[in-house]
Design a protein. Structure first.
Lengths: 200, 268
């Protein structure tokens, strides 16, 4: 039940963000973000590229809605025990819907919430060598999945077109898995930093 | 009109999502059990099937990590029995009274790994507890079918399940090992498997080994290797079933693995 509620809230959020206002072209922007997930199950590092096109800007310039697209690429090193080499690469291609709130008198500080949804692909390639027991085994698995989640960003404009931001991210993809976690499922929270370039 | 249709869809989605609940039958209880071998008190969680009778002999499922999995698996077992998929069975969840996370390292692993700063490596003592203390106790309390003693575990519990499977004098004849931590101590389990193959001509057991695709390779590869090695031994009486759950992580595998595993080993 909770899964469905979250999914509905997510889609209603996206729908409202995208369709509730008339489109008014404004400054488009591109972002390059570096993210990491530190976990007992292994750390993941990656980059996210995002393009945003504003579709609404409030008259007082304090609020902005935008839509866009993004691509994520994450790598996880799988060397967690002796003899294992390899990694897992995840790639997500998706759409985004963001709302930003501009703070301070100068409007240079801003908070952005971004919902994203798209297609994800994950591939693991690894090898295990254990000389004592004569093991030399290759392993490969891949998975396609529906990816969706949210970004929370706190940014600051440092130049006319350049802003820096701190990022938190949660991946909700596991909510629609056919298997439910029984115990100790990691939350999948990532954090990172990024740079925004505003275009005319 | 569109708004009404949308509202209807949303309400319908919420209402139709209500989970199917089956009627819980049977009875469950919790008791304390002191082991002289391990020198510790265990919690035993017991589930008896509906219409339990001393005139019938029941399979006994010994479930490791009972603190975590007994309640969830009781529902699954109850469902399987009610639908007639498996015969009525008794479930014994083996749990701890405190420090569950640490004590499972102590009891489920072998041999000792000094790199860990908590007690570990005493699966040999735990096996004596199972064989000489717990099973005789359960057999004296309930009407049991000694040809259908199942040992079932996940992760380190899966490792312990396989450890028992590699013992020539094991009292169990059926094993469900899910996402087993075979990597423990440089995958020492393969040494036990090798020794077993040197000591027996046949392995008359029913075994189920499963792992999820979203687990780290340190978990998936040794499990695949073990399955391949067991199959390569050509044991005539070994009934080995393996399953690879696509998209399942380490914490998502236990219940589906237990459920499929118990069907596999009790129905073969």
């Amino acid at each position: 039940m909770k899964k469905l509620q979250l999914i509905l809230i997510l889609f209603i959020g996206i729908g409202e963000t995208v369709f509730s206002q008339d489109a008014t072209p404004f400054q488009q922007e591109i972002q390059a973000n570096y993210l990491m997930e530190l976990s007992a199950n292994g750390n993941r590092y990656g980059i996210q590229l995002e393009y945003n096109k504003p579709v609404f800007h409030s008259e007082n310039k304090l609020y902005r809605l935008s839509i866009g697209g993004m691509n994520e690429l994450f790598v996880k090193d799988e060397r967690d025990i002796e003899g294992i080499t390899g990694n897992t690469v995840s790639n997500v291609l998706g759409f985004t819907a963001s709302n930003s709130l501009f703070l301070l008198k100068s409007n240079k500080l801003f908070l952005t919430n971004t919902l994203y949804g798209g297609w994800g692909y994950r591939r693991t390639k690894a090898n295990y060598i254990n000389g004592q027991f004569g093991i030399n085994r290759d392993y490969e698995s891949s998975l396609s999945y529906i990816a969706f989640g949210a970004y929370w960003k706190l940014g600051y404009q440092i130049k006319d077109r350049i802003s820096l931001q701190a990022i938190g991210k949660t991946d909700f993809s596991r909510l629609i898995d056919r298997y439910e976690p029984t115990i100790f499922e990691r939350p999948g929270f990532m954090f990172g930093v990024g740079i925004i370039y505003s275009m005319k | 009109m569109k708004k009404t249709a949308l509202l209807f869809c949303v309400v319908f989605a919420f209402v139709s999502c209500k989970k199917y609940e089956f009627e819980f039958q049977g009875s469950s209880s919790e008791t304390s059990f002191y082991s002289q071998t391990v020198d510790d008190d265990f919690n035993l969680y017991t589930y008896l099937p509906p219409d339990y009778s001393t005139n019938t002999k029941y399979p006994i499922i010994f479930l490791l990590d009972g603190n975590w999995y007994f309640e969830g698996f009781t529902k699954e077992l109850n469902d399987l029995v009610q639908r007639g998929i498996i015969e009525p069975s008794i479930l014994i969840g083996i749990g701890y009274q405190e420090n569950v996370g640490e004590k499972r390292f102590r009891d489920y692993t072998f041999p000792q790994n000094l790199e860990y700063d908590i007690d570990n490596g005493q699966a040999d003592e735990f096996q004596v507890f199972l064989k000489d203390e717990l099973i005789p106790y359960v057999a004296s309390e309930y009407s049991t079918d000694s040809t259908k003693y199942v040992l079932m575990g996940h992760s380190l519990g899966g490792l312990n399940t396989l450890y028992n499977m590699m013992q020539v004098n094991s009292p169990f004849s059926r094993y469900v090992a899910v996402s087993s931590s075979i990597w423990w101590n440089n995958a020492y389990l393969f040494e036990l498997e090798e020794r077993l193959s040197n000591n027996v001509i046949d392995l008359p057991i029913h075994a189920y080994i499963a792992v999820g695709s979203e687990e780290p390779p340190s978990m998936t590869i040794p499990n695949e290797e073990l399955i391949e090695r067991l199959n390569s031994r050509n044991y005539n009486s070994l009934r080995l079933t393996s399953e690879f759950f696509m998209g399942a992580s380490h914490s998502q595998v236990p219940m589906i693995g237990f459920k499929n595993g118990i069907q596999s080993v009790l129905n073969q």
